[in-house]
Design a protein around this ligand. Structure first.
Ligand SMILES: [Zn+2]
Length: 83
């Protein structure tokens, strides 16, 4: 499963996009870190809004994927499911 570091707005958008496609997903929110995490088993992706300092440390080895790109992926997979 791929892990993406992004902001909460992006993740909220992704959660809605996945909900629309009836993806199998779980969402958690940490009040301590003010961090929203979405795990979508259909997209095989984990989106998290870790604090920026933590993100920078972890981003070194990973690329940040934009919301539009992810949304496209979600739609693709959703369409496949419907067919
Ligand atoms: Zn999904």
């Amino acid at each position: 499963m791929k892990v993406e570091y992004t902001n909460q707005e992006y993740i909220r958008g992704c959660i809605k996009a996945c909900e629309k496609r009836k993806h199998l997903q779980q969402v958690a929110f940490s009040t301590f870190h003010d961090c929203l995490t979405q795990v979508c088993f259909t997209c095989n992706i984990c989106m998290t809004s870790l604090p920026f300092t933590q993100q920078v440390k972890m981003k070194k080895n990973q690329s940040l994927k934009g919301f539009e790109e992810l949304k496209k992926e979600c739609s693709k997979k959703g369409d496949e499911d419907e067919n």
